[in-house]
Each structure stands twice: as C-alpha cells, then as structure tokens.
Design a protein around this ligand. Sequence first.
Ligand code: SF4
Length: 459
Amino acid sequence: MNILLINPFSQYDSVNYSFEPNLGLLAIYSLLPESFKKEATILDGAILPSNEIKNEINLNKPKIVAISCNSFNYSIALEYCNEAKKHGATTILGGVHITNSYKSIIRNKSVRVNQIDYLHIGALQNDFSFFIHEVLKGTFSNSYSNILYLPDSNKDSEIIPIPNNYFLDSLDYSNTNFNDYSKFFTRRGNLERSKIIGSTFTQIGCPQNIVNRRCSFCSVPQKHFYRDLDKILIDIKHLTQNHNVDHIRITDPDFLTNKERLSDLIKSLETSFKSYDTKPSFYCFTRADNIDQNIKIIKSLNIVSTFIGYESGSNKMLKRFNKNITAAKSIEATRLLQENNVDVTLGSFIIGGIKESKDTLKETLSFLQKLSKIGNVRSILISPMIPYPGSNVFDRLLSKLEEVNRQEYEKIYYSDDYDLNELIVLWNRYFTNVGIEDLRKTIEDAYEIIPLGMRYLKI
Ligand code: SF4
C-alpha cells in the first residue's frame, strides 16, 4: 500500500456533530488515476481512533501520506507525520489550517522540515494527481502554483492565485462505507427517520467573500468557486442509487445565496428524482437572511434540516461581527422555517466578540428563549470567540499584541501549532468587557435553554 489519505482524529470540531466522510480527502481520492486508487486508502479520524490511524501508518509503511488539517487537529497531524517519517514516507499537508498558516509554517521551517515535505495551499486543483505521480516517481518539479516544497520555501514564498480548474470531477464514493458514518450520526427532530446519511458540496469557500461581507471571526479561505451542476447531479445519483443514501448533507458554508443556480439545480434534480423514483431529504448551512426569498426553493429541494449561524442576540454584536443581519430578522426566518416544517438542527453562537458586555450576553440569552419558544431549533453550539488563523480577529489580536505585549506577540508570530485556549484567553483580555467566567456561565445557561449539539472547545 503506497498512499494514505488521512483526516486526523479530533475530539472537537464538527466531528462531534455530523460524522460524515471528509470531502476534501474524497476529492483527492477521486482525482487519482485508477492505478493509484488501488494503492490509496482513506483513514478518517471522524470514525477511527487516533491510535488506529498510527497503527495503520506503521503497518503499511506508506510511500505518501497526505493529511487534511484544521486548527483543531494540526498537532495530531504532526504526530502522524512523525510516524510516517520513521518509514521514510513523503508527507503532504493541506486543508484550511495549512492554507491560512503556511507562512507561519515556513517561519518554523527548521522544526517542521523533519515532519512535512509539501504544503498544499487553497482549493484542490485537478493537477494534484500529476503531482502525486511525480512524487511517486521522484520527479517532482516546482511547477505547481499551490504546492510548496517546504525545504525550498522561504519567507517570501508566495502562492500564485488558484486558477478556476480547482475540481472538475464528480466525487468517487465507491470505497466509502456510509453505514460506518451513519451509525454515529445524531438524528434529531426531522432527521429521526433518516437511515443512511451522505454528503456532497456545490461550492468551495463562502460567497460572502466575493461581496466583501466576510464575517470577522471566519477563517473559511477567501477563494470562492462553484462546482459544475452536472457533477453535483452525478454525486447525488451515486449517493442515492449506489449507496441508498436517504439524507444528503450539503456541506457548503453558505448554500442558499445564489438563487439562479439553485433554481437550475432543482429543475435538474426533479427530473432525476422522477427517473430514480426516490427523493432524499437535504440539509444545508445557511444564513438567516437567505430564508425568506428562498423558502419555495427550500421546500422544492426537500431541505428538512439546516445549520444557521445566528452568532448573537445583540444587534450591536452582530454589527461588530460584520454579520449584516439583525436578531429580529433571524427570529422571523426561524419562524418561517417552523411554519414550513424545516428544522434548525444546529444554531451557532459566538460570545466574547469585541466589546461584549454583560448586557449583550443577556440579550443573547433572551434571544435563545425566543428561539426555544418557536420550537424547531433542536440544538445549539455556543462558543467563545476563537481567533482562528486566517480570520480578521486573529490579525487584530496579533496587531494588538505587537503593540502591548511583545513577548506574547513573538510567541504567536513564530508559532504554527496554536493553543486555541490560549488564543481565547488573550483575545478576551484585550477585546471584551467581560471575563472568561462570564462566558462560561453564559454557555451553561444557554445549554439549559436549548441543548448542546456540538462543542468546539471547553473553556
Ligand atoms: S461565517 Fe459563514 S457566512 Fe460568514 S463569512 Fe464565514 S462562511 Fe460566510
């Protein structure tokens, strides 16, 4: 066995909520030529314990280990690199953490060069399989716009903007066992009767990025691409016809923004579903301000479950988050969903933003009471502000530290493996008007109103 594609285990992040295949790795697998696919195995920490992944590395002694990382599981990814290097593997790291922190990794090159060979930055491109080919043959040339060979990189290494050929294929689910994921999946409300859960995506990045409405806490990379509709239709056909999936999660960060595209998707899907004699239900992430103009689309597509980023019950805080929505609008949208029998399976909140005060925290708790009375919000995620690398708030924290606390600034500036709890505490010290204890208490109170659905970190 030559190639291991790994999503590291993480006790936090979305894996404690959704349990679905890592679509980034699945996309990489899908792009490999058939001869390489025979040599490739996906090890997904969403369903495999960490020691099992390490055992697989040691047993299989792979030639290539490609790991998808976020800021929660980067440390564990580095542990896997250490195991892989014992057997002389070539290691390639990609994912949101690498895209957002590659310059920090280069700064820390003297340490990381023993663990990481290549950094894959940004969205996937179709030439990735050629890259793997070259690595296997030992003929890699530095001709890839978004892959850096770490030993040759320097602080001025820049990534050339990614062309629009990022991922032109449909996903190859042939080796994915959806039963393995479905048995962990939490089924609340409308999802109680869903049996086999599958997922796909229709775009990379968030469309808010292209209209300059990026939320201040968001670390979703700023590139944005749509996938071709015909490839999405092929994914849905495979999911429903070959894997008996009856509930499909659309994992886009903001699915309901482009009405024209959605209408085209629905037209094609309706034709497909008639010929398959089946109609799955759907789930999507959405903003509350996309609900009213899309309610017909939501019904036609059989979306029964949503994730809504409410973020706060305080209009002052929503403005500071650059969220471009009001609390009243969010309540209105939730009611509209309730009237149409659509659940908010998870509503998310961030507390401890700029100038958060005891009064704004109270506003969020009373907003939660209102949501609870509507009755279709099944669970919530309420997180302290985590300044993820790549977000506007991370940059703000770094600038503040440079001004007031040189020692902390240098520690973070020269780090690539951040202690997220430490970032929360630092952010809270310089930017909010409440203490960590106030945040902790608000989180406890919030979960008394609507149950916990997912947790990022425990403070
Ligand atoms: S938080 Fe959601 S809506 Fe806001 S920029 Fe990020 S992905 Fe887009």
